[in-house]
Design a protein around this ligand. Structure first.
Ligand code: C2E
Ligand code: MG
Ligand code: MG
Length: 562
């Protein structure tokens, strides 16, 4: 070797190695001492130095690497990161760059350069573990959860089973809104601690969204998982002490077992979330176990949710009107606007099929405004054609979400102004259950609406277990007796008694009464005896489109005397 080549090799910071193709070490630079703790004499003349130095976890890879070099093309550069075991028995990470080179004399050798990368590896490891940790709670994060579920799904093919529970803190948004986001973070941190205190390996917990955690249970029966979730719900309900505030929260959970269909982590979490949404909608059992039917139902609901927006844009909604008549004279006193949807694929849809979705997604707010506007527009047109209907009013149903809008009275006022509808002819119907959900807010909203001149009806009265006197704080004009009572009054003396007392109580409070769902002449006759003024039902008319309604009105006109 010319002297300066030797000088370069002998003073290199990296470990320079030259082996013949049988694996015998021909040259070894002194820097091996710094890297391995052994001097060059330890390696010179030895065979298979690198595979023997490789850590057990890297040995197989090293052998394949060397075989590739020996059998591969001349001068092709290859590189491998591996762990080696050094003199003190500890391990170190090195990167090995190597190629097969030909000497001037003919035979070829393997030339390898090894460099210590332990520091970089340690940093990498730290980084990758922080990449998988949630900074607020110290639990694993969503990325980890997805990788872990991926591994669990692989294990499932070898007979292992697991269960995923998604646990969600209810109403965290309310804490954020009222106390500020810092308090929200505190709650999440404390809730995570409470959850983590229940988890024992090999089960695990991760924070997968703002207020959501995923718990992964190994080989546990659904019964055991449910017991665990109930325990978490109990310890979550103990008050949290937050810088002078005491906050109480609840948690809901959706559970999915690995026996259910779902081959991807995303599918498992989606199914657990479907169950979670169900749990949240049910106030009594705040956990639900996913089953396939839930997915089918939720797909249909999701489809409806998507179609609602385009339905409103494309004019697929329309109103039918059901006459409300004076029971004594059978003359028309009012109309109730009822919503229908001509769905492009499902055909005609009734409100109970799509209103719950519209309410859950707040779509009821623009939809309800459309109903109000359309009903007022139709009413104004109808009155222009029939000036003799000078007492006719229009009833429009209003849902809880609409009433919760702070600008509901402005919306009503704008619609009245824009359609030219007389406020005193409009009646808004709210169900008893909606009214009693937040009585103070309901009363406040209704007073403002009432001040516009609009009248208020309590719909489906009798279904919500509230007494008439509890409705006294609301500025109401009319009570609508629910059709379930009317429907049974001809066969049950008890039901008849209830209807009678509702009517007389309403009269004593100066309220009008409308009986809903009158289908039989007997019911009509009994209601008249009980002094109920107004009624609606299939006996008089089904809800009908405007054109049919015109015919109904024409029939009511007294015959013109010659
Ligand atoms: P509701 O306000 O109590 O309306 C009366 C319901 O009873 C209507 O059902 C009507 O078709 C039905 N009905 C009328 N007469 C009879 C009868 O003699 N026998 C029987 N069995 N049923 C009768 P519909 O149209 O399916 O509406 C159901 C509910 O959906 C309504 O109950 C109301 O709560 C809600 N709804 C309908 N349209 C709207 C709307 O535009 N906005 C809101 N928020 N809710 C609406
Ligand atoms: Mg109604
Ligand atoms: Mg009703």
């Amino acid at each position: 070797m010319p002297p300066f080549y030797e000088l370069i090799a002998e003073t290199s910071h990296h470990w320079e190695l030259l082996e013949d193709l049988s694996g015998r070490t021909e040259y070894c630079s002194p820097s091996c001492l710094a890297l391995t703790g052994f001097g060059p004499d330890h390696f010179l003349g030895q065979t298979d130095v690198l595979p023997r130095l490789a850590h057990a976890t890297s040995r197989h890879e090293m052998e394949a690497f060397l075989a590739g070099l020996r059998n591969g093309p001349l001068n092709e550069h290859r590189c491998l990161e591996l762990r080696i075991v050094v003199e003190d028995g500890l391990s170190r990470w090195v990167v090995c760059h190597a190629r097969r080179v030909a000497s001037a004399e003919g035979p070829s050798f393997l030339r390898a350069t090894l460099r210590d990368i332990s520091r970089r590896k340690a940093l990498d490891l730290e980084l990758s573990s922080s990449r998988l940790k949630d900074p607020i709670t110290g639990l694993y994060n969503r990325a980890w959860c997805m990788e872990h579920l991926e591994r669990q799904l692989e294990r499932k093919h070898n007979g292992g089973h697991f269960t995923v529970a998604v646990v969600d803190i209810d109403r965290l948004k309310k804490v954020n809104d009222t106390l500020g986001p810092a308090y929200g973070d505190d709650i999440i941190r404390m809730a995570a601690e409470r959850i983590a205190s229940t988890i024992v390996q090999p089960d695990s917990a991760a924070r997968i969204s703002g207020d959501g955690f995923a718990l992964i249970f190994q080989n546990k029966s659904p019964r055991e998982v449910i017991k665990h979730i109930k325990h978490i719900q109990t310890i979550m309900s103990a008050p949290f002490a937050l810088r002078g505030h005491e906050v109480t929260i609840t948690a809901s959970a959706g559970i999915v077992t690995s026996h259910m269909p779902g081959e991807k982590p995303e599918e498992l979490l989606r199914n657990a979330n479907i169950a979670l949404r169900r749990a949240k909608a049910n106030h009594h059992h705040r956990y639900k176990v996913f089953h396939t039917r839930m997915f089918e139902e939720s797909s249909r609901l999701m489809e409806i949710e998507i179609d609602l927006t385009s339905g409103l844009r494309h004019g697929e909604f329309f109103l039918v009107y059901q006459p409300i008549v004076c029971l004594e004279t059978k003359r028309l006193t009012s109309l109730e606007a009822l919503l229908r949807w001509k769905h492009p694929r499902h055909g005609l849809m009734q409100p109970d099929e799509f209103l719950p979705v519209a309410e859950a997604t707040d779509f009821i707010v623009p939809l309800g405004e459309w109903v109000l506007r359309q009903a007022c527009t139709d009413m104004v047109a109808l009155l222009a054609e029939h000036p003799e209907l000078d007492k006719l009013s229009m009833s429009v149903n209003i849902s809880a979400r609409q009433l919760a809008q702070h600008d509901i009275s402005e919306t009503v006022a704008v619609v009245l102004r824009e359609t030219g509808m007389d406020a005193t002819r409009l009646k808004l119907e709210i169900t008893e259950t909606v009214a009693m959900e937040d009585p103070a807010l309901t009363a406040q909203r209704l007073h403002i609406i009432r001040a516009l001149g609009v009248r208020i009806s309590i719909d489906d009265f009798g279904t919500g277990y509230s007494s008439l006197s509890s409705l006294q704080n609301f500025p109401i004009d009319t009570i609508k007796v629910d059709k379930s009572f009317v429907g049974r009054m001809d066969s049950s003396a008890g039901q008849r008694k209830i209807v009678r007392s509702v009517i007389s109580l309403a009269h004593s409070l100066n309220l009008d009464v409308v009986a809903e769902g009158i289908e039989l002449r007997e019911q009509w006759a009994m209601l008249k005896v009980l002094d109920c003024q107004n009624g609606q039902g299939f006996l008089f008319s089904h809800p009908v489109e405007v054109d049919v309604l015109r015919a109904f009105i024409d029939k009511q006109k007294p015959p013109v005397r010659p």
